[in-house]
Design a protein around this ligand. Sequence first.
Ligand code: PLP
Length: 490
Amino acid sequence: MRIADMEGKQELDAKLFQGAQAYTDDVPQASEVGEIQNPIKAGVIKPEQVVEIGNSLLDPTLGRHDANAITIFDSTGIALQDLAAANLAFVRAKEQGVGTQVDLCRPIRRSTMKIKDFGVEQWMNEYETKAKYNLGETCVSSLSIRELCELVGVDVNDFAKQLVDRRLTYGAIEGAVELKEAITRLYQNLMPDEIVTEHGAIGANNLVLNALVEPGDEVIVVTPTYQQLQSIPEAIGATVKLLPLKRENGYLPDAEQLRGLVSDKTKLIVLNNPDNPTGALMSQAGLQTIVNIAKSVDAYVLCDEVYRHLTQEDGYSPSIIDLYDKGISTSSFSKVFSLAGIRLGWLATHDQAVMKACLSYHDYETISCGQLDEMVGTLALKNQAVLLERNRGIVRENLKVLEEWVHQQPHITWLKPKAGTTALLYYDFDLPSTIFCDRLMKEYETLLVPGSCFDIENSLRIGYTFETTHLRDGMNQLGKFLAKLEQEAR
Ligand SMILES: Cc1ncc(COP(=O)(O)O)c(C=O)c1O
């Protein structure tokens, strides 16, 4: 965006809103509009009433003030929420008999879009360091570099020497080749140049979404999910359609519903498999169904796979990119390899156009990842079998412990997770989940994430894959709190 354009726009805005203040003040925000409909298609506004839909930034001469007409400006493509807001303003103005001219000049631009607060991350930031029993953690019991070396049979002093002797240049911009070669072994047919490293999976998701999604694009997001996967496309100005996972369907996406949601305009379908928070795992056949639907409209599929391989049963877990050339896999060292502190992740895709777009954006936001982090990551992935065996052992053992506890609790129900590191627990007290978790923290020093962070009330997200004794201690505290709530309810 050129500065000159911005200045031009402000003048234009002032001019347009001057005449239209009475109507535009009252325009609801897109979130209040509910089901967003194109009012022209719905027949509420006749095309001839829309005198101009145009780019006010690039062409400041646009903007006639015809009575009985609607002027809609949109700098980056037609945004349906603007049309819907215009529709409501139009109808309201007519009802009040104050004329029918509505000037809307609400350009959608990345740089000015306000992103929603990240519910889970804010909750964790607030309480993580204060909690004595942290059941909010989603990593499999984290490792130190010393523990990693011991596990994989490397002399820690030799490795430390390699770290301290490394000259700290930027390193390989797209990721160290040795590391990328090790990453390819997590997939079926992947080449190192189909991978780019990022700052955690959060960085990889951010990169893909910003590189691919344009304002006005249609994006379908399977929810509940890791919030950035929904909030970033929304903030970019995409039309985000949600596909909610239901408990009665085992928290697996409903293919029929997805077929009803996709259209020729769908650019991207976003999944998280295995899913955080539900612990659901899509089978190869389930993923293939999603791929077939995506293919029918030529859409990309982004699958956040940070919990992939953390399964309750043996066997290869397919990645989206094993099944679809327009698939994009994001992942990291944080959960599966217990190394969140190196802040290292990656994206992988066979699609060259996506890779090109991502590399271009990567130059702006990342340059490269830290060389020391990549050295630690390479050591871990060269020994991926050892780490996977350790971590699958932990997730399986601890899920048994959690299951036993759930079965003893009269006020808790759940759907036992199939994979990942988290589960949703439902309680039957009439208490909002943020108040539940706030009291649990204050009265029992125990941290859980409220279901409200995922828009699922009367539920709690528990992470269960750290040291087993810590899990037992935390669940004991939770049990005491549930007993207290029962007393209070009497
Ligand atoms: C589904 C999902 N994606 C991404 C992330 C971010 O992970 P990373 O540490 O790799 O940035 C998380 C962290 O909780 C997550 O649950």
